[in-house]
Design a binder for this molecule. Structure first.
Ligand code: NDP
Length: 289
């Protein structure tokens, strides 16, 4: 199933995520994903595994795999971001990237964020990327970006799972033609997890819906994203789960079931607070190779 971005580019709705997949496991994970049928991979300069993603894609011999990656904040600024593209393209082994996004807003240095976005616009104008976008942008960041931008971002990749849904950010995006792409789509955030954290995978409401369809909780959550028009990029390193997470096209959640999942929102973020991202605390450099 494809989604059409705001510039007409088609993107497979379900992509395969590789955050926290160690470089030495990435080739096998991406190979398993391609064998299972994924045709969209989401990586990032900051994940340290773009090279292994590129190798798995090249070794597969499959054409037309949609590659998405992200510029890290230490590469923000016009020239730096152009160079960030060169680094990612080199590691991925491609001349052109399908979707290149800014990984975070830098709220305290928003000028730098805007300069980075101008570089994405330049790469887009030059045909080096097929679409551009952002990640972890809240409504105030999107508003400031739209004031300055000439190209409306195609996607905003944000944390969305049943326990944290960010409906106001999604609605703002929808109003402006920005597709919401859900990270941690099955709630699998493995950082900033407090001891009282409940897993969406163990949620009784989701469990009951899963049983009713003969599907797993992960499959129910992915179906919820797709039926609500979002892209989602689940991650796993296990071939059986990788395949399971793509096997979501043979059932349909009812309106009541979608509403029951909507009602699970806790308003509690699992990932870092976007307002707190600074170069001082998150600005690790991205290696050349
Ligand atoms: P996910 O919601 O995809 O969950 C992944 C976790 O769930 C892993 O621990 C995985 O373990 C486990 N899992 C996967 N499938 C199943 C299943 N079917 N049943 C039970 N457990 C399962 O969370 P992520 O945080 O990995 O997010 C997905 C992707 O989103 C990332 O890989 C990355 O591409 C992107 N992302 C982007 C961010 C951003 O700031 N833009 C931030 C975080 C993520 P195992 O691997 O052992 O199977």
């Amino acid at each position: 199933m494809n989604l059409t971005l705001n510039n007409g580019v088609e993107m497979p709705a379900l992509g395969f995520g590789v955050f926290q997949t160690p470089p030495d496991e990435t080739r096998a994970a991406v190979t398993a994903a391609l064998e299972a049928g994924y045709r969209h991979i989401d990586t990032a300069a900051a994940y340290g595994n773009e090279r292994q993603v590129g190798e798995a894609v090249a070794n597969s011999g499959i054409n037309g795999i949609f590659l998405e990656t992200k510029i890290w904040i230490s590469d923000y600024g016009y020239e730096q971001t152009l160079h960030g593209f060169d680094k990612s393209a080199r590691k991925l082994g491609v001349d052109r990237i399908d979707l290149l996004i800014l990984h975070q807003a830098l709220p305290s240095e928003f000028d730098k964020t805007l300069a980075a976005y101008r570089a994405l616009e330049k790469l887009y104008a030059d045909g080096k990327v097929r679409a551009i976008g952002v990640s972890n942008f809240m409504v105030e960041h999107l508003t400031a970006l739209l004031d300055a931008a000439t190209v409306v971002p195609a996607v905003n990749q944000i944390e969305v799972h049943p326990y944290f849904q960010q409906r106001e950010v999604q609605a703002f995006g929808a109003e402006h033609g920005i597709l919401t792409q859900a990270w941690a789509p099955i709630g699998g955030i493995t950082f900033y997890r407090d001891s009282g954290h409940r897993s969406t995978l163990q949620d009784p409401v989701i469990g009951e819906i899963a049983t009713a369809h003969g599907k797993s909780p992960a499959q129910v959550m992915l179906r919820w994203h797709l039926q609500q028009g979002r892209s989602a990029i689940p991650k796993s390193v296990r071939p059986q789960r990788i395949a399971e997470n793509l096997d979501v096209f043979d059932f349909e959640l009812t309106g009541d079931q979608l509403a029951a999942i909507d009602a699970l929102d806790t308003g509690k973020r699992g990932g870092p607070e976007p307002a707190d991202i600074t170069l001082a605390n998150f600005g690790m450099p991205i290696p050349e190779n």
